[in-house]
Design a protein. Structure first.
Lengths: 113, 114
């Protein structure tokens, strides 16, 4: 069975603060894929990043960075210098050897001006 | 925008009725997945269609059924609606094949069952 846990239900920050969203996953598959999606109030899930289980290289893309640690089964997401437009629900998701995405319950990020 | 479209945007139905939701996948994609997202929860996988056949199914009863058409568009049908079926229904398209795993989501259909 696959499971994704996002322990932070809600986070509130002031604009320009850095914020890290936590994700812990469980899977018995040796090959799997991890994702982060953003869901603004409009409802559409926006794909942000995919990481393969065999690629632990962390990445920075503009204000976004990701920290994948296989040893602790964590895939955390950091926004540097947050902006009001970053306010959304962020979902971590896992795809194992089967066909489906398993999502966490999401973290509501509110960035206040 | 992902190029995935869904219709209708909103829908209100009465318990016991039947509903059909529609999805057009992104150009070049051959796989469609459907998810149910209850308020305050993450999306839950309903099923996936590939080459017009059901390719996998989550923990949903048989009254949830689907179709995929030759142009890769898809329908989700729900019979005998229950109050708990009220949710945002999301369609995601993807390309089945080596190295392609991202699913791109449409804007969703918000279903309210009264």
């Amino acid at each position: 069975a696959q499971k994704v846990t996002q322990a932070q239900t809600e986070i509130s920050v002031v604009e320009k603060e850095d914020v890290t969203l936590d994700c812990v996953y469980e899977t018995r598959d040796t090959t799997y894929y991890l994702f982060w999606y953003k869901q603004p109030p409009s409802g559409e899930l926006v794909f942000l990043i995919r990481r393969n289980s065999f690629d632990e290289q962390n990445e920075i893309s503009g204000r976004y960075s990701w920290n994948f640690q296989k040893s602790t089964s964590s895939f955390n997401f950091t926004i540097t210098a947050s902006q009001v437009v970053d306010s959304a629900v962020y979902f971590c998701a896992l795809k194992g050897s089967n066909y489906k995405l398993t999502f966490g319950k999401g973290t509501l990020l509110t960035v206040n001006p | 925008e992902t190029g995935v479209t869904q219709s209708p945007t909103h829908l209100i139905k009465t318990r016991g009725q039947q509903v059909t939701l529609r999805c057009s996948s992104q150009s070049g994609h051959n796989t469609v997945s459907w998810y149910q997202q209850a308020l305050g929860q993450g999306p839950q996988f309903i099923f996936q269609y590939y080459r017009e056949e059901e390719n996998g199914r989550g923990n949903f009863p048989p009254r949830f059924s689907g179709l995929q058409f030759p142009n890769y568009s898809s329908e989700l049908n729900v019979n005998a609606l229950e109050l708990d079926d009220s949710a945002l229904y999301l369609c995601a398209s993807s390309l089945m094949g080596q190295g392609h795993y991202e699913q791109y989501f449409g804007p969703g259909t918000r279903l309210t069952v009264t």
